[in-house]
Structure formats: structure tokens, C-alpha cells
Design a protein around this ligand. Structure first.
Ligand code: FES
Ligand code: FES
Length: 159
């Protein structure tokens, strides 16, 4: 067993974990972040994406002990001051989800792209989402949501 400390959505906890324990498992069962999904469990679908020290990371192929001392954000930490993240709002507006199982992973993987994106082409948006799989929507709504969120972010930046 190993002693580690993780800060998840601003809450810091000391834990004793087995070295083999996956980050996704610890986030779900030690922090109650059930928005962290297990899909393929081998790094192929993007469902389990979280932010580790601000960078998207697949939590199904990371061990919790590798993140000792780091700051982690999950989908539960994305709303700020009671408002959904602009990409979450755009997913709703563009009907970019059906079952929603993949949605937390898309939001976590694409939020940094939305935050820095200026005027991407559809091809660039599709490249950015290529690590995430949705079995329901067919992706057009997701592309539209990403474009809407970038537009909204630019509008706020220019105010
Ligand atoms: S569950 Fe992690 S990439 Fe599929
Ligand atoms: S909305 Fe169902 S898998 Fe994406």
C-alpha cells in the first residue's frame, strides 16, 4: 500500500491505495466522481478523460499513485459559480448527446481546445475530438457544440 494525496475539484484528501489502483477507480469510489466513466478501459474511447494539473489525461490507464500531489478536475468540477461550463451549455443547445455516457469525456477532452481555439475548421475540430468515441450521436452535433462554445467564449472575451 502507498500513501498519496490528491486534490480533486479543489478537495484535498490523503489516501492509502494499492499501487495498481486506477485513477478512474479512485476518483469514482474515493471521491464520488461518478461522472468519470469507464468505457473501453484500455485508452481507446476517451470516456474517462479528466484533467491532471490542467492537462487532459485518460484516467483508465493512469495509476492513482502516479498523480500523487497533483490537482485533478473531473466533470463535476466544471461548473463555476453555479453555471455550467460553456461547452456543457453548448452540448445542451446543440443536442450533442443522447445517452450521455461519453459526454463527460468529450467535455474534459475538448474544454482546453475551446478555451484556446480561435477559428478552427471542421477538420481541426474533428481532429481534436478524434480520441473520443460516441456510440449515439454521429458527431455532427458535437462539432456544432464545440463551434458554438468557441463562439461564445470569443464573444465574452471581446466584451
Ligand atoms: S475508458 Fe478510458 S479511454 Fe476508454
Ligand atoms: S451520447 Fe451515447 S455514447 Fe455518446
Amino acid at each position: 500500500m502507498m500513501q498519496i494525496t490528491l486534490t480533486v475539484n479543489g478537495v484535498t484528501k490523503a489516501l492509502t491505495v494499492e499501487p495498481r489502483r486506477l485513477l478512474a477507480d479512485v476518483l469514482r469510489h474515493e471521491f464520488g466522481c461518478y461522472g468519470v466513466r469507464f468505457g473501453c478501459s484500455h485508452g481507446a474511447c476517451g470516456c474517462c478523460t479528466v484533467h491532471v494539473d490542467g492537462q487532459p489525461r485518460l484516467s483508465c490507464i493512469a495509476f492513482a499513485v502516479q498523480c500523487d500531489g497533483m490537482s485533478i478536475a473531473t466533470i463535476e468540477g466544471m461548473p463555476k459559480d453555479g453555471a455550467l461550463h460553456p461547452l456543457q451549455q453548448a452540448f445542451i443547445a446543440e443536442h450533442a448527446l443522447q445517452c450521455g455516457y461519453c459526454t463527460p469525456g468529450f467535455i474534459m477532452a475538448l474544454a482546453p481546445f475551446v478555451e484556446r481555439g480561435t477559428d478552427p475548421t471542421d477538420t481541426e475540430i474533428r481532429d481534436a475530438m478524434s480520441g473520443n468515441i460516441c456510440r449515439c450521436t454521429g458527431y455532427d452535433g458535437i462539432v456544432a457544440a464545440i463551434r458554438r462554445a468557441i463562439g461564445e467564449r470569443k464573444r465574452v472575451d471581446s466584451d
